[in-house]
Design a binder for this molecule. Sequence first.
Ligand code: SAH
Length: 341
Amino acid sequence: MKNIKDFSLEELKQEMQTLQEKPFRAEQIFKWLYEEKVKAFDEMTNLSLSLREKLKETYTICNYNIIKKQEAKDGTKKYLFDVLDGNAIETVLMQYHHGYSICVSSQIGCKMGCKFCASTGIKFIRDLTAGEIVEQIIAVEQDENIRISNVVFMGIGEPLDNYDNVVKAIRLINHPKGLNIGARHISVSTSGLVPKIYQLAEENIQCTLSISLHATNNQKRSSMMPVNNSYPIEELLQACKDYIAKTNRRISFEYALAKDNNDNLEDAKELVKLLKGMLCHVNLIPINSIENGIYTKASNENIIKFRDYLNEHGIVATIRRELGSDIDAACGQLRRKNIKK
Ligand code: SAH
């Protein structure tokens, strides 16, 4: 059966016509799903009994069960959700002074193989559908009885490797009749799939694009991120420049600092040369070491020096606060967990 949360409003209107119902029923259903966040068609009390029966026969409402929920000392919460096919995904909720931010997964597993990331080395299983992505937000909002204000596609998976579902999910999250979260409060992070960056530039979505850069020359970047062999730095940065020209949106570059690898002032100098004049921001992430990993966190001193060098040379840079590291919920610590039923 089809997951009703996999449809856009327009598509659901079409579906209603196929069921010989009026298109406005789709709007009513959307309100129940995304405003009231009901878990069953029987709760949609302004729909006739016969329509509710038809809906039950045709669709499911994807509702996740929480397999596990952990809370870090800083209040960050990590959820392990049962995605209803024997697999599980992780989602992280963070609280900032400006509200709640959620880090969603876009795939079950990841194909990119970045050497510093805990999702690496685990088999890729499948893409998440748009409804499965959106459900992470609904499930957390319901569980905590909160309203989430920021969504980052920085959980497990490469969002642009699941392009259609991710773009659809963004539209559902952003739609005034969907979750109604402003596009500027949605960030998509990519390891650098160049053709998809060009495609995204054409979508006319005002979300923030984050690029996982992490190194300033191809040799180093390829050693950290195999994707660089397909899309080297020059091509990636050209795509970023074209993206900025097309969308007029600032790009955020992520740079995870690892000791004796990419954390000295020479790297900072190279980074300034690469990014000079671009409408961008650099997000410095103290790298989180993972089990059997080769990278360890840069020292605080080096991280601060690195940031200051960038700022003094015209590149706006901030250090990302580390949240949830004690429950393996920090950047790059998420792992796909397979549950056998
Ligand atoms: N696949 C996407 C999004 C998921 S990762 C991407 O690569 O951008 C989200 C961010 O966390 C990326 O910038 C990623 O490079 C970074 N990251 C991964 N592992 C990390 C680690 N161990 N320490 C710090 N950051 C990490």
